[in-house]
Design a protein around this ligand. Structure first.
Ligand SMILES: Nc1ncnc2c1ncn2[C@@H]1O[C@H](COP(=O)(O)OP(=O)(O)OP(=O)(O)O)[C@@H](O)[C@H]1O
Ligand SMILES: [Mg+2]
Length: 290
């Protein structure tokens, strides 16, 4: 993302934040189950942080998402695999509000209807997304990138007077440790390796303390060493955050996965442990090969 786009994004965010405050303080009776929950809190009573039901999206008549139903438990690290064009990225576009489905339900917790929110609002609700290409600010230091991520999350007005408090400094140090960049605080982001840039971007998301993190092909282009460290990183994030990880790298999936969901032609083809889905004839046919 360029700084210009970033600024445009923060402006949109500020506008929508004003709307969101009104919504939340009016009792936040979100659609769906008619339940009232505390402002800003996520209702996890049904044991699901994310819930998609019978979602459909067509692009010029082509059914990219076709009856997709899926749910993720709080703290879970869910891996998503599937052939090119299966709809994995489009699914993330739907969850984050970038693409609106033609029909279906998408809930965050039991009560937040994500289809009633736009992209900046969904980020504010606690869903962070990492695209494949690293989008750090190359001319800024590692520290400045992380600080900026926190500022941006607070909105434009707050960021003008922003100064890190003690707790925020502590969380910045913790994030630096988690992403293995403690020794590179003052380095310019542009001088980091590809893998380090990816970690920095994950760190920028972590500064916003997301409840759910969506990661699209996070280890593509990484060295084996960087891939291993990324696997360790995701395993440390599991439990504290919920994660949805799309990857084609099967050895990486093998290291991090509990439940693997296989998408094909816009819906779930199979789900289970990696061993289970790898033994599934339909998955072998469309994706893994013989
Ligand atoms: N905005 C769009 N307009 C038209 N077609 C689209 C659009 N976005 C996605 N598609 C199509 O929808 C299908 C699903 O694409 P998507 O990018 O979600 O697949 P994917 O599973 O992420 O694949 P890959 O593993 O290659 O990243 C593809 O056929 C793609 O061309
Ligand atoms: Mg994709």
């Amino acid at each position: 993302m360029t700084p210009d786009l970033f600024e445009q994004g923060t402006e949109r965010l500020a506008t929508h934040q004003a709307r969101k405050v009104t919504e939340v303080t009016s009792g936040d009776r979100s659609a769906g189950y008619g339940r009232v929950h505390e402002p800003g809190s996520l209702d996890l009573t049904h044991g699901r942080i994310l819930y998609l039901e019978d979602v459909h999206v067509s692009f010029d008549g082509f059914k990219a998402i076709n009856g997709l139903s899926l749910d993720i438990a709080p703290g879970e690290l869910r891996c998503i695999i599937g052939p090119n064009g299966a709809g994995k990225t489009t699914m993330m576009d739907i969850i984050t509000g970038k693409t609106k489905p033609d029909s279906g339900q998408v809930f965050f917790g039991s009560t937040i209807d994500l289809l009633r929110h736009n992209e900046p609002e969904i980020a504010q609700l606690g869903i962070g997304r990492k695209f494949q290409k690293p989008t750090v600010f190359e001319h800024l230091s590692v520290f400045d990138n992380l600080e900026l991520a926190l500022k941006t999350h607070k909105g434009v007005a707050a960021s003008m007077f922003f100064k890190l408090n003690g707790t925020q400094r502590d969380s910045l140090s913790e994030v630096l440790h988690t992403i293995h960049l403690e020794g590179s605080v003052t380095r310019q982001a542009g001088n980091l390796s590809h893998g380090q840039k990816q970690w920095l971007e994950i760190g920028m998301l972590l500064m916003q303390d997301p409840k759910l993190l969506l990661l699209d092909e996070p280890v593509a282009g990484m060295t084996d060493f960087e891939t291993e460290r990324t696997a360790e990183l995701f395993l440390t994030l599991k439990g504290k955050h919920s994660l949805m990880v799309v990857e084609h790298d099967m050895s990486f999936i093998n290291t991090i996965s509990d439940i693997v969901t296989v998408l094909c032609d816009g819906s779930v083809l199979a789900q289970g442990t990696l061993a289970q889905v790898q033994a599934d004839e339909r998955v072998i046919e469309v994706y893994l090969g013989r």
